[in-house]
Design a protein. Structure first.
Ligand code: KIV
Ligand code: ZN
Length: 511
């Protein structure tokens, strides 16, 4: 039997998705959930790439236990020193160094030949090994690289101290059968490859990232690099939930593999990543899409009622989807609420518990039946929001088919309350956002996207709003859930502005 190692790169490759920017608090919350799901390695970031990446790797390394924490570095001393500095407090740190090895990348990007790349890779691994023996080496664009070169390169970096060799399909070019064969050849022809762990990292440009990952595992790979909801550069990475659930669901086919992850944590993590990144999950997305366990045709519905397995190859409960179970109501007290938090994997201190409980009671008084998704939406909204630099004091909106939409808003900024009265717009949301822009007095804000969705069905459903703002060339995702959608939109917009202000204030403190 072989254990499959799950290496999650949501916080590094996933965060490189276009338009995604996570705060340190959000990254920590995701890392916490990844550790509850029991991934083997969390790639927390690329510390040299930005101050905030450095800080978040440092925080995760300090706070998240019982899981290896990896940080990425190019093959040079400065990147490796920086990765190590960020990783130092981790229980089990891993330095992940990489260099490109394909003829296209070497010629046009690196302007180096094979000998130079080989030398640089060996030097980087040797240098990293002065800090730790837990070193992963990646040959970027490996699937388009010359195999003979890879055999030699891998032999040398193993000799230099690499404990994991990663074979990325960086541009999602591989085809499953071919990629499986590629991995088998590397296993057969690289000296000492059996002394280390072999890993794969597949991108989804042709929609085959999961299939390529599974083909590689079948042909000898030990580790799968994945990201929650399949997010990542361009079309993304192999999806964590797809790889894990394929191995579990088809254990008859993957019979010699041991999978140690807690699959019941998948749904919560998937929702969290989607909320924090502002990346919507397509309804027909495998495993975690809204329709993944929905049955529309009468024949299918009839079949599932008679016997679930007629049309469902997985039990929704196995991924933690208990969507329709009513969990709490307006009569639920502190005890029931605490029990819910423990069961769903939230670790909450007393101060936050009181805040959340009040919010929960407020929601329960407005919405009769609360299910798991409602309560999780409320918790994620309250717990991981930025400090209230701008705090909503008052909101009034008028709109209609014969009325000019107008908004009156009061926002507290420090000790001062600023009011913008009767601001008109193309619609109520436009009026609200224009009023806020006038209050915060900034002319460099552009609205990249605005989304509103019901958390569950029904007219009393919570409205979940996501706002993506571009301010000073950075992206800030604001998020809120409320029963009133104009209120939710206002809070989401202010939340994005508060993230911007938090960043500004943190930068100012460092100067
Ligand atoms: O896609 C890729 O090649 C990567 C490496 C840095 C592992 O993300
Ligand atoms: Zn990648």
């Amino acid at each position: 039997m072989r254990k499959v190692k799950i290496f999650d790169t949501t916080l590094r490759d996933g965060e490189q998705s276009p338009g995604v920017s996570l705060t340190i608090e959000e990254k920590l919350a995701i890392a916490e959930q990844l550790s509850l799901l029991k991934v083997d390695v969390i790639e927390a970031g690329f510390p040299i790439s930005s101050e905030s990446d450095f800080e978040s790797v440092k925080e995760i390394a300090k706070k998240i236990r019982d899981v290896e924490i990896a940080a990425l570095a190019r093959s040079n001393y400065k990147d490796i020193d920086c990765a190590w500095e960020a990783l130092q407090e981790a229980e089990d740190p891993r330095i992940h160094v990489f260099i490109a090895t394909s003829p296209i990348h070497m010629k046009y990007k690196l302007k180096m030949n094979e000998e130079q790349v080989l030398e640089k890779a060996i030097e980087a691994v040797r240098y990293a090994s002065k800090y730790t023996s837990n070193i992963e080496f990646s040959a970027e664009d490996a699937s388009r690289s010359n195999l003979e070169f890879l055999y030699k390169l891998f032999e040398k970096v193993i000799e230099a101290g690499a404990k994991v060799i990663n074979v990325p399909d960086t541009v999602g070019y591989a085809i499953p059968e071919e990629f499986g064969e590629f991995i088998r050849k590397i296993k057969e022809n690289t000296k000492n490859i059996d002394k280390i762990e072999l890993s794969v990292h597949c991108h989804n440009d042709l929609g085959m990232a999961t299939a390529n990952t599974l083909a590689a595992l079948k042909n000898g790979a030990d580790q799968a690099e994945v990201a929650v909801n399949g997010i990542g550069e361009r079309a993304g990475n192999a999806a964590l939930e797809e790889v894990i659930m394929s191995l579990v669901t088809r254990k008859d086919y993957f019979q010699d593999f041991i999978v140690t992850q807690d699959t019941t944590k998948i749904m919560k993590l998937s929702n969290m990543v989607s909320k924090f990144t502002g990346m919507v999950i397509q309804p027909n997305k495998a495993i975690v899409g809204k329709n993944a366990f929905a049955h529309e045709s009468g024949i299918h519905q009839d079949g599932v009622i008679k016997e679930r397995t007629t049309y469902e190859i997985m039990d929704a409960k196995s991924i933690g989807l208990e969507k329709n179970n009513l969990v709490l109501g307006k009569h639920s007290g502190r005890h029931a609420f605490k029990e819910f938090l423990v069961k769903t994997g939230y670790k909450i201190d007393d101060e936050n518990f009181e805040k959340l409980f009040l919010k929960f009671k407020d929601l329960a008084s407005k919405k009769k039946n609360l299910n798991q998704v409602d309560v999780e939406a409320l918790i994620n909204d309250e717990l991981y929001k930025a400090e209230d630099y701008y705090k909503l004091e008052y909101l009034s909106v008028t709109t209609g088919n014969t009325t000019l939409p107008t908004a009156t808003i009061k926002v507290k900024v420090g000790d001062e309350v600023i009011e913008k009265a009767a601001c008109s717009g193309d619609g109520p949301i436009d009026a609200i956002f224009k009023a806020i822009n006038e209050i915060v007095d900034k002319d460099n804000i552009s609205l990249l996207s605005y989304k509103i969705e019901g958390v569950t069905e029904g007219t009393d459903a919570l409205g979940e709003t996501t706002v993506k703002l571009k301010i000073d060339d950075d992206i800030f995702v604001g998020h809120s859930v409320e029963t009133d959608i104009t209120h939710a939109s206002t809070l989401a917009y202010l939340n994005a502005l508060n993230k911007y202000m938090t960043k500004k204030l943190q930068e100012a403190k460092k100067i």
